[in-house]
Design a protein around this ligand. Structure first.
Ligand code: MN
Ligand code: MN
Length: 313
């Protein structure tokens, strides 16, 4: 492994473990108002479980487990699946929808309304996308897209195609699409560079082309509406250079705190790498989740590598 391959692996693993940390940390205060959090915890800064889902300490929710389901489907589909997608074949997308069905049948600890509706639609009629603009622009497609960003590193067009395919299984809304692609590109840029200021630069550039997501001045809403989610995440990850500060600030906004925490953890984790994650949080995650994320990160980066080698051969 070259030095840069090692660094890329550390940053990709940092993003994925950061996602799980933010999910586990934020889930405790999901659906709470900032004032309620303050009354109960002062500042919420420890992975302690509980919350409305009565989680075990270190347990993650759908944000992490749906990402793992997507990653599994991508590894199962392999290079052939991704190449097929690029040529209009629906096999990989069907494999992803099947993975979401298996995930749902496994009785996940939580499942958003729009995700459930999309999975049930696929089970009912086999269609791989719902009608455009259905639903409310929720953040469910965005929250699980990290494996798509890793599997297609080096091929932006394929990244966009894969992201929209996996997203439209449950969410088909222009702002969900824009957020899924936009945060994915921010993630991929930060993975490809050791410049810690890159995230701020690219975030500002992106919102200048997508003014719906402008986060300055910060409106202060952290709901599951994809605009509120993205503004909360970008406000806090650009304001706070340190992983821990960014996550604490994000989840203490409450509301959809597991998902805003997960996405802030993904971007801030890509910036600092796995080696820069706070050990006290990393040690609290359930070992099976850490193992699954570690294995998947290696597998997805290897898949991206094989694809780009074949493309340049
Ligand atoms: Mn969740
Ligand atoms: Mn959530």
């Amino acid at each position: 492994m070259s030095d840069w391959d090692g660094r890329l692996y550390d940053k990709a693993l940092g993003a994925y473990l950061g996602l799980a940390i933010g999910d586990a940390l934020g889930a405790t205060v999901e659906f709470m108002r900032p004032r309620e959090i303050q009354a109960q915890y002062g500042v919420h800064r420890d992975i302690v479980g509980g919350g409305w889902l009565r989680l075990a300490r270190g347990q993650v929710t759908d944000d992490t487990t749906m990402s793992l389901a997507l990653g599994d489907a991508l590894l199962l589909g392999g290079e052939e699946g991704l190449r097929g997608l690029a040529h209009g074949d629906t096999g990989l997308t069907r494999g992803i929808a099947d993975a979401y069905v298996r995930w749902w049948r496994g009785k996940p600890v939580d499942c958003g309304h729009t995700c459930r509706r999309g999975i049930l639609r696929y089970l009912h009629d086999g269609t791989l996308a719902g009608p455009l603009n259905e639903g409310d622009g929720g953040n469910g497609a965005l929250m699980r897209n990290l494996p798509a960003a890793l599997a297609t590193l080096g091929d932006d067009a394929l990244f966009e195609q894969l992201s929209l395919a996996q997203a439209h299984i449950t969410h088909h809304h222009p702002l969900s699409d824009a957020a899924t692609l936009g945060l994915g590109h921010l993630l991929r840029n930060q993975l490809s560079s050791d410049d810690p200021t890159l995230l701020n630069q690219t975030a500002l550039q992106w919102v200048s082309t997508q003014p719906a997501f402008r986060f300055t001045p910060y409106p202060g809403r952290a709901t599951a509406y994809v605009v509120d989610t993205v503004q909360t995440v970008l406000h806090h990850v650009t304001l706070h250079g340190f992983f821990e500060d960014a996550l604490v600030a994000t989840v203490n906004q409450g509301d959809d705190a597991d998902t805003t925490g997960a996405l802030a953890g993904m971007l801030a984790g890509a910036r600092c790498g796995a080696s820069g994650l706070p050990p006290r949080w990393l040690q609290r995650l359930q070992p099976a989740i850490v193992q699954a994320i570690t294995d998947q990160t290696s597998g997805l980066l290897a898949l991206a590598q094989r694809l780009s080698e074949a493309a340049h051969a």
